[in-house]
Each structure stands twice: as structure tokens, then as C-alpha cells.
Write a protein that binds this ligand. Structure first.
Ligand SMILES: CC(C)(COP(=O)(O)OP(=O)(O)OC[C@H]1O[C@@H](n2cnc3c(N)ncnc32)[C@H](O)[C@@H]1OP(=O)(O)O)[C@@H](O)C(=O)NCCC(=O)NCCS
Length: 314
């Protein structure tokens, strides 16, 4: 094959943007106007994800032209009560003029090999259910949704006030995240950089009590849809929920919030395994116990709390 597959090098950024634009434009044209999210996703991951590493940004070249790109982002995830080093995969893009020549497969193989050598356990993504299984992916996580009945949600005492998230909040946020995601599968443990909790476009708020205690963190995407709520005291988190009055959230049924804060009188937590929600083993046996637990029904399917860059795109 005449294509060169290699890690991104300084100066490749615009060529990578272009190949993502070309590959996804075909899928996202609305009334003739291209609406392409994935080249923004690469830019956001580059800017806001501290784990971004150009070695894991894999490119394919036909002479001087970038014709393919696949991005692998390191993620510490919770899996069956363990913290596992994983790779979040995406976007994967091949220039439409170069598709069906094996480039997509080569990019995945290169990224997987690199991850395998460095000890990453699994790679996970949301993608085409008929494409990724040929590269070792199986459906093993899903999509969760909390629906809240605002009619039944008790009124707030109105005592909390919101401020933007700052770097001083980050240790508290990391600790709350570890508690929230301790017993979930495919829970992405967000780390200790401010940009993992707050980034331009996202509505990330820290709620404070009148006596100066942190009560809760709430995150909405740029469309104003509430996505996550975290905290360490059920009453304070409930106060924050009363304040923001979300109709839906993306929480996992085994998370701390679902078990300690949500009340079946006003909320329903659902999770369903999804064909596009797939993962593949990079170390032999890394997914076996989870797949067995899912088959036997002893664990609910997990759902990835995708890092901020993924929720910034429409
Ligand atoms: C998906 C994609 C990365 C595959 O790249 P590629 O270099 O064409 O893939 P390969 O040559 O390794 O494999 C080609 C095979 O994948 C199949 N394939 C390609 N796109 C597919 C899709 N969207 N769904 C299912 N199968 C697909 C082809 O039919 C072909 O199968 P065949 O060999 O049986 O004919 C490329 O088509 C692409 O960039 N698509 C647009 C962007 C996109 O959807 N990315 C994936 C996001 S999850």
C-alpha cells in the first residue's frame, strides 16, 4: 500500500482538520450547508484535554496529502470496580476519495498496537455497528438517562448561589467524581486540570451554600441541556437539582447520585446497552469478565460520561 501511517507531527494540525472536515461533511450536510462537528472535536480535544498526545493522533498520508486520521485519547475508566487505563477512540476519518482501501483499518491497527505496547487495557468508542466489529469491537456499554418529573420535584429553599468553576474547585470535583463513578462501568474519571471540568461553551457551575460550602457542580452543554450533577452531600445536591430543574441528566444507575440523591418519586433512571457503544480488548481478557457479567445480568451496562470536548459538539 502506498500510504504512510504515522503519528501526528507539529505542523500537521490543519491537514488533520481538513481530512476530518472532508470525511464528515458528507454525513452532516443540512440543506446544502456543511455542518461538521468532528474537526471541532479534534480542536477541542487538542485544546482542552490534558491527555491529548500527538503520538496517539494517527495519520495516513498519500505523499504530502493527509488522507486519514484517527485519534486515541487516554482515559482512566472504571471497569468492574477497577481503574483501567483505556483509550477513547474518535474521530476516525478517511478522505472520501480514499475510502475502502483499508486506510481506516490501518489507522485503527496502528493506534491499537501503540496502546497495547504502552499497557492500555481497552479502547472504546461510539461508532458504526457494522464497521468496528471487524476490528475487534463488541457492544459492551450503553446510554443512560435520568428523567425528572418537574411537577413532582420538591421546591428549592433557594439558598444556593452559583459561581463559575475555578481551579480552586478542582480537588473537590476530582474527589466527588471518584465517589460518583466508583462502581460504574465505563465511567471516565475526569482528572485534575480545570479544562476537564470547565471549557468555553459549556455551562459549568459551582453551587455554594450561604455559609461558604461547596454544595454541587452542575454541567450543561452549549445547547443548555443539563448533563451532569456532582456533589458529596445528598441534601446539598438535591438543593442544586431544585435550583436548575433539569428534565434529563446522563447519570449511571450505579452512580452515587442515582443511589443517594435521586428519588423514585420524581425521577426514573434508565440505561440500555447500545450497538454503537463498543469496546475492544488491547490486553487479552480485559473485557471478558464485563461481557460475562452483562450476559448474566449481574451488572447493568455502563455508560461513558464522555469528557467535556465530546459534549461541546452538537
Ligand atoms: C468509516 C471509515 C473511517 C472507514 O474507512 P475506510 O478506509 O473506508 O475503511 P476500510 O477500507 O478499512 O474498510 C472498508 C470497509 O468498511 C466498510 N465501511 C466503511 N464505512 C462504513 C460505515 N459507515 N458503516 C459500515 N461499514 C462501513 C466498507 O463498506 C468496507 O467494507 P467492504 O470491504 O466489505 O466493502 C470511513 O468510511 C470514513 O471516514 N467515513 C466517514 C466518517 C465516519 O463515519 N467515521 C466513523 C465515525 S464512527
Amino acid at each position: 500500500m502506498p500510504f504512510v501511517i504515522r503519528s501526528e507531527e507539529p505542523g500537521d494540525e490543519e491537514a488533520i482538520d481538513l481530512v476530518n472536515f472532508r470525511a464528515f461533511m458528507v454525513h452532516h450536510t443540512e440543506g446544502g450547508v456543511p455542518r461538521v462537528d468532528e474537526h471541532d472535536l479534534v480542536r477541542y480535544l487538542r485544546a482542552y484535554c490534558p491527555g491529548f498526545d500527538r503520538r496517539r493522533s494517527i495519520t495516513a498520508w498519500d505523499k504530502q496529502r493527509c488522507v486519514g486520521h484517527a485519534l486515541f485519547t487516554p482515559a482512566r475508566i472504571r471497569l468492574l470496580g477497577e481503574t483501567v487505563d483505556a483509550l477513547a477512540v474518535g474521530p476516525v476519518a478517511v478522505d472520501p476519495g480514499y475510502q475502502r482501501q483499508g486506510i481506516g483499518g490501518e489507522l485503527l491497527w496502528f493506534g491499537h498496537e501503540l496502546g497495547r505496547e504502552e499497557g492500555f487495557g481497552v479502547a472504546f468508542l461510539c461508532g458504526h455497528p457494522s464497521y468496528y466489529p471487524r476490528h475487534g469491537y463488541v457492544p459492551c456499554h450503553g446510554f443512560a438517562k435520568v428523567t425528572i418529573d418537574l411537577e413532582r420535584l420538591p421546591p428549592s429553599s433557594g439558598t444556593l448561589h452559583a459561581l463559575p468553576v475555578t481551579s480552586a474547585d478542582v480537588p473537590w470535583l476530582v474527589a466527588c467524581g471518584e465517589v460518583e463513578w466508583a462502581d460504574v462501568d465505563f465511567g471516565w474519571l475526569w482528572g485534575d486540570a480545570l479544562t476537564e471540568w470547565s471549557a468555553p461553551g459549556a455551562i459549568a457551575l459551582m453551587w455554594w451554600t450561604e455559609d461558604g460550602r461547596r454544595a454541587a457542580y452542575t454541567l450543561a452543554d452549549p445547547r443548555g441541556r443539563w448533563r451532569h450533577v456532582l456533589g458529596d452531600d445528598p441534601d446539598s445536591v438535591r438543593e442544586a437539582l431544585y435550583a436548575i430543574r433539569p428534565t434529563t441528566l446522563d447519570h449511571h444507575p450505579s452512580g452515587w447520585l442515582a443511589r443517594n440523591v435521586l428519588d423514585p418519586g420524581w425521577s426514573v433512571v434508565e440505561v440500555e446497552r447500545g450497538d454503537p457503544a463498543m469496546a475492544c480488548e488491547l490486553q487479552e481478557g480485559a473485557l471478558g469478565p464485563l461481557l460475562n457479567a452483562l450476559e448474566s445480568g449481574t451488572r447493568p451496562p455502563g455508560c461513558v460520561n464522555w469528557a467535556l470536548p465530546f459534549i461541546l459538539i452538537p
